[in-house]
Design a protein around this ligand. Sequence first.
Ligand code: GLU
Length: 427
Amino acid sequence: MTVLKVPSAANPGHELLQSALAQLDRAAKALNLDPGMHRFLQQSERTLIVALPVTMDAGHLEVYTGYRVQHSTGRGPGKGGIRFHPSVTLEEVQGLAMLMTFKCAVTDLPLGGAKGGVAVDPRKLSSNEVQRLTKRYTAAILPIIGPEQDIPAPDVNTDEQTMAWIVDTVTMMTGKHSPEVVTGKPVELGGSRGRTEATGRGVAFVTLEVLRRQGKEPAETRVAIQGFGNVGSVTAKSLAAAGCRIVAISDVSGGYAAPDGIDVARAIEHVRSNPARTLEGLAGVTRISNAELLAMDVDVLVPAALEGQITRDNAHEIRARIIVEGANGPVTAEADRLLADRGVLIVPDILANAGGVVVSYFEWVQSRAQFYWELEEVEKRLEIYMRRAMELVLAKATVYDCPLREAAFIVAVERVASAITKRGIFP
Ligand code: GLU
């Protein structure tokens, strides 16, 4: 097999922000948006950069850089995850915060958009070191977060454990039990049932909806999924349960293919029991590279890893007819146009992976009310929100005769601008 290299964007965070701005411009043009409002939405309302000293287990001090960006609080408190990754930059966090504003708006949540990140490779730290880093970061951003200000959640390399440490930090620093300060918490600390699975469930839901509308049976659908973290693995499990054939999956250890379909439950179990927490060593599959996975001849490709994976350099290699963006910003703006020209249907991130923040919203509601819903209730409501957003975006795409991404941005930008206009610019 030829070895392809993923020509991921040279500066993925920069490209992500530029792509988000380009989409905003397109929607602004279609909506004939007021130029002042357009300029306001191009900016982040508030940006905090913090230096984070951490005493390492070996006794010396390391210093990490952290960010929290609130892009817009026009429709409600800022909302968005925190990522721990070596490639985190200010531009990346700004771009991701902007996407959160539009993700919350397209799903009609009463929330704005925010994002946080720390430039660190948490896999190189011990659990105690990550805990100290998380607690220091939380203390550093505490002045600008809160249930009525900005509510963090998990993102790349953070999970319910990270959220539990954040709850503890805020509780210790304020003297008040504060579960409502974050979402994506463990259920025993006030988290919502179904939150962990929500993003993958939502990705699977929109995928199945697209297939249904195209009159394609799940049983005759071949799917490749890049990324096997929380989003990729649950998407794989849900699509397999619906009858789709998952022919390839991948993670940091590389890609794994099986033309007759991968046993997803076994792959999940493999990762869980593998000390490295990767797919490395999975049996009964052929090893492929991540680049080969992206170029596979499948019906559906789900990039569910990081941004900037499909660029102008490899867009021509993509053979999938449908791309469902499990990750935020996996397709750069240039690649997006090249693929659209070839008739590839792309379900954009702000719609496709919105299930996570939808259930985060449910969790915030539950935490504030101190009244917790059954899983069936969460799943039923998640489907209502996803279906409504999807139908609206499809309808807009017809009216404006445009790709789904542009339609989703049109819906979202219109809602955000309208909320800001109705409030009146302060003072
Ligand atoms: N990190 C997730 C996202 O990008 C979830 C954010 C949230 O739940 O606030 O949508």
